[in-house]
Ligand binder design. Structure first.
Ligand code: DON
Length: 566
């Protein structure tokens, strides 16, 4: 009896060691020779690496990691949201993939206004009416179909299915989030037993998602049709309707991911390739870099007073243009070439004076929400053995999106509708304003700030970079690029370096502790810049390729960011 007890005990001990061993850890920095992936979660990075080890390319790895994130990172990884991708092929071709959500057919310009024309609080951020038609499944499938190397689509979803079916131990950060949003989960999903527990979630608890595993199996078996048609689609329509929304079966049936020509600008001998509308990311990043190129910031130094002033003034101007000109280019003429024209950008800086901050246009009135210091979107960077690279940012918008879970199918739906301009000049949850260019219309894509980016030199990948962070995405990506190109930082330092952000309105420079010396702070304040310290700006995930070595870095700001590779 005693022997049996000891045997069982040692078996359990060995088994737990094995399980422990198999749990990947969150590694923030790594170099490798062949292939690399950086994502927001150790499981997702492991799955991506395994796929590349089995002969998959960067797109295969990306797709597998995204389905995994939908399981292990439910606050932002998703099948109920949307995203953007930049793909660089070994032959040197660059392409953008837009799988942003669309407004439902029944949506209209004043959807979120009361009868007095005021924006109704929370209507575009919580519940069914906040949900845009999801694009993720269509987007991932389109990427794989065109660029994937692994023939069997199912193989890319299998690891996610297993993690959903068998469960995985949640991280401390994930436990915190699940506890924080419990009341919202209960409000919109009173019967859900997966995310709602009586006791508090804690690190190491197993999250088992049988219904999500079933949904993923349907997508594995049937492809996008398994999501956009049939029982899953019907369940989405039913739950959205029950939660006050307007998505119809034909909205889902008609959803299409779109390949687009990326935005491409030259910066000090490098080519910066980023996302065109429906994201503002590429145009704004292009403007920032082209303005910066006219100034010797390397000579002035990292975050010196002069460098900072130029960067801040460039940011103000780019965000002012974003508010006025950017929206879904399939619906509204976005003057991309003019916005990136050298003379136009030089002209934009002619009213800049070193003596004092350029005042923001007082005509652009509005009240501004405080900056949110949480990061609900998620970015993944991948480079494979053959020099193919993918930069992909995806989101449900807020943490767990609209908080609406599709009953019986186990996944959250986005609240991306808040990224439209509900009313000209009235800020959204990121304090961003907009107007006609980003007004709501049926089937239109809401304007994004997501900035998945690849930088090449002589046609070869130099940098793959992106981050969550709402409006701060654009300026975080901008700063990491300057850190590597102008300030010669290695990948790790470039990602960890302190950041700042100015988005025109509100009229303030947000900055992380330690971003500026006291002298620079004093001098900026004297010039009537308003400064506000914030906790963190962005969770950057990036890979640099230099002298045939890949160097990857996750962000120390995000506990679970993980680099993996071989
Ligand atoms: O598309 C956008 O710009 C936003 N929906 C991104 C949201 C985001 O990054 C949330 N994290 N802070």
């Amino acid at each position: 009896m005693q022997r049996l007890f000891l045997f069982t005990l040692s078996f359990l001990f060995l088994y737990s060691c094995k399980v422990k061993q198999e749990n990947p850890i969150a590694l923030k920095h790594k170099t490798s020779k062949n292939a690399m992936i950086v994502s927001a979660n150790p499981w997702a990075s492991k799955v991506g690496t395994d796929i590349m080890k089995q002969g998959g390319n960067a797109v295969d790895a990306l797709v597998a990691s995204q389905f995994t994130l939908a399981v292990v990172y439910p606050r932002a990884g998703n099948i109920g949201g949307g995203g953007f991708m930049i793909i660089h092929t070994p032959e040197g071709k660059n392409e953008a993939l837009d799988y942003r959500e669309t407004a439902p057919a029944k949506a209209y310009k004043d959807l979120y206004l009361d009868k007095n024309g005021n924006v109704i609080p929370k209507l575009s951020t919580y519940g069914g009416l906040a949900v845009g038609v999801p694009g993720s499944v269509a987007g991932l499938y389109a990427a794989w179909k065109k660029y994937g190397h692994i023939k069997d689509w199912k193989k890319l979803i299998e690891p996610a299915i297993n993690l959903a079916k068998n469960g995985f131990p949640i991280s401390k950060a994930e436990a915190y989030r699940l506890n924080k949003y419990k009341a919202d989960f209960v409000k919109y999903n009173p019967n859900n037993q997966v995310f709602i527990k009586n006791e508090k979630w804690k690190e190491g608890d197993m999250l088992v998602q049988k219904s999500l595993a079933n949904t993923l199996q349907i997508i594995a078996d049937k492809g996008p049709k398994g999501f956009y048609e049939g029982p899953v689609a019907q369940a989405i329509v039913n739950k959205v309707k029950k939660s006050g929304g307007i998505i119809l079966a034909k909205d889902l049936q008609n959803y299409q991911a779109k390949f687009r020509k990326p935005i491409s600008v030259d910066y000090r001998g490098y080519k910066v390739i980023s996302m065109p509308p429906a994201s503002s990311g590429g145009v704004a990043l292009g403007q920032l870099l082209k303005i910066t190129e006219n100034y010797p910031i390397k000579k002035w130094g990292f975050h010196s007073q002069k460098t900072t002033q130029i960067m801040v003034e460039a940011e103000k101007r780019a965000f002012a243009d974003r508010a006025q000109f950017l929206g879904d280019a399939d619906f509204y003429h976005v003057p991309i070439d003019s916005l990136l024209n050298d003379d136009y950008l030089k002209h934009k800086m002619t009213d800049f004076r070193w003596q004092s901050a350029t005042p923001t246009d007082s005509l652009m009135a509005g009240s501004y929400t405080l900056h949110k210091e949480s990061f609900e979107t998620t970015h993944t960077s991948v480079v494979d053995q053959n020099g193919m690279a993918v930069s992909c940012t995806t989101t449900l918008n807020s943490n767990f999106g609209s908080k609406v879970i599709v009953d019986g199918y186990g996944f959250f739906l986005n609240n991306e509708m808040d990224d439209f301009s509900a009313k000209p000049g009235v800020p959204n949850q990121f304090g961003l304003i907009g107007a006609a260019a980003n007004a709501i219309a049926p089937h239109k894509r809401m304007l994004s700030s997501m900035t998945p980016t690849i930088v090449t030199r002589n046609g070869k990948v130099f940098l793959v970079v992106g981050t969550p962070g709402g409006s701060t995405i654009i300026t975080s990506v901008y700063q990491v690029i300057l850190n590597t190109i102008d300030f010669d930082m290695n990948m790790y330092d470039a990602v960890q370096a302190k950041r700042f952000h100015n988005q025109f309105l509100p009229d303030e420079i947000m900055y992380e502790e330690g971003a500026f010396s006291q002298q620079v702070i004093d001098s900026l304040q004297k010039k009537s810049y308003h400064l506000k310290q914030v906790k963190a700006l962005g969770y950057v995930k990036a890979i640099m390729s230099k002298n045939n070595i890949l160097e990857g870095s996750g962000d120390q700001r995000n506990m679970d960011d993980t680099v993996d590779g071989f």
